[in-house]
Ligand binder design. Structure first.
Ligand code: 6PG
Length: 256
């Protein structure tokens, strides 16, 4: 079982600053140790505070942008200029304002039919994989948590085939259809670092179930995230952490 580091914050802004510092530390360590920083971004609203910080001082000046490669852990099946596109969200929040080489922005082609988009993204992943692997070991994966316990586009009630890198997903979320592609736990669990960003009281039950509930990954897909040889972080504001006990087995808890 991975040792999990949980850090809680009074508010989402202080969580954002901590996340930006941690992102920067991991980026520099990865470039020093491996010559590149391979990161899979998350969609959703929670990471926006972090993304906007990365385009501003001190992060804009300190990050090794030319050695950073961006993927998305999942993507909505919409064109890249759609407001729903996670790529478009990150481009507007920071990627369009910083000197990342264009070839280092590896968006999923949400405009393609989902099965084709999934196959194409798996091909893109393989081009960054170490020999004999079908996907790279990401230096960092950012994930959110849905109120229903989903993460990326791994929704309750669905299990991904083992050994697959990217799947096409048909789901219903927030009472509307969600057509997406998603990297699978196999990819996420090979990462060096995985950080969940969780804010808001509406996430408190899902976070408590994920960290302290009985093991039920079909019901709580975020429980599938368990890096084999990596560090797992949960950064949560006090509202999201409000249903957590003071002590959780296998979890180091720090209040920031
Ligand atoms: C997405 C994410 C999804 C998100 C959660 C939490 O594309 O929306 O992959 O898993 O992280 O739904 O979303 P919020 O951050 O908006 O609460």
């Amino acid at each position: 079982m991975t040792d999990i580091r949980l850090v809680t914050f009074a508010d989402s802004q202080s969580l954002g600053w901590y996340a930006a510092d941690l992102f920067t530390h991991i980026a520099h360590t990865s470039v020093t140790e491996r010559g590149r920083f391979l990161v899979a971004l998350s969609g959703g609203g929670t990471p926006n505070a972090l993304y906007q910080m990365l385009a501003r001082p001190p992060y804009r000046q300190s990050l090794p942008w030319e050695k950073m490669v961006f993927f998305w852990g999942d993507e909505r099946c919409v064109p890249p200029d759609d407001l729903e596109s996670s790529y478009n969200q990150a481009r507007k929040a920071f990627l369009g304002q910083v000197p990342v080489p264009v070839e280092n922005i590896q968006r999923a082609q949400g405009e393609l039919p989902p099965p084709e988009a999934a196959r194409e993204y798996a091909r893109q992943l393989k081009t960054y994989a170490e020999a004999e692997m079908d996907w790279p070991r990401f230096d960092l994966v950012l994930l959110g948590l849905g109120a229903d316990g989903h993460t990326a586009s791994l929704f309750p009630g669905s299990m991904q085939p083992m050994g697959t890198a990217v799947v096409a997903v048909q789901a219903v979320y927030q009472d509307r259809p969600a057509e997406r592609i998603s990297m699978t736990p196999a990819v996420f669990n090979s990462a060096h670092n995985v950080i969940f960003l969780v804010t808001g009281v509406e996430k408190s039950a899902a976070l408590a179930a994920t960290l302290t509930g009985s093991r039920d990954p079909l019901k709580y897909p975020a429980q599938r995230i368990d890096p084999a040889d990596g560090q797992l972080w949960f950064l949560a504001d006090e509202a999201a952490a409000s249903q957590l006990p003071d002590v959780i087995p296998d979890v180091t808890i720090r209040r920031s």
